[in-house]
Design a protein around this ligand. Structure first.
Ligand code: HEC
Length: 101
């Protein structure tokens, strides 16, 4: 029984780790989006928690962003959108202040 509990806990940790990986890439968000969206930067500070997940997806699918950000590769964009969605307003871990003000 004890062995069972230990392996149960180990797999819970493993799953928690996978969850972090699935949550997209905060560093990319900070470096790529944060280059403009920062305190005293050319664009307002933004955070994943200000929109719902579906809104974030549509925002970039429909190219609603007001300035050209096509220099961010599609692969990086996908990771950033994953990050935004997993910390969106309707996610389990909404994040309000990722970019320090
Ligand atoms: C080259 C500079 C630049 C980069 C890089 C950039 N943005 Fe922007 N963004 C702007 C500007 C300028 C605006 C319009 C002015 C404002 O909202 O401050 C804007 C507006 C926005 C808005 C609309 C704000 C609102 O009213 O809700 C969102 C959302 C947004 N950007 C998200 C992002 C995300 C996510 C990334 C990274 C994938 C990103 N931006 C990268 C410059 C940039």
């Amino acid at each position: 029984m004890r062995k069972f509990m230990v392996s149960l806990m180990a797999s819970a940790f493993l799953m928690a780790g996978m969850d972090v990986m699935a949550a997209g890439d905060q560093d990319l968000f900070l470096s790529k989006c944060g280059s403009c969206h920062k305190k005293d930067g050319p664009a307002a500070v933004i955070s994943p928690g200000e929109k719902a997940g579906a809104v974030w997806k549509k925002y970039f699918e429909r190219a609603r962003h007001p300035v050209d950000i096509s220099n961010i590769s599609a692969a990086d964009m996908a990771k950033i959108v994953d990050f935004l969605v997993s910390h969106a307003a309707d996610s389990e871990q909404p994040a309000a202040a990722i970019i320090p003000k």
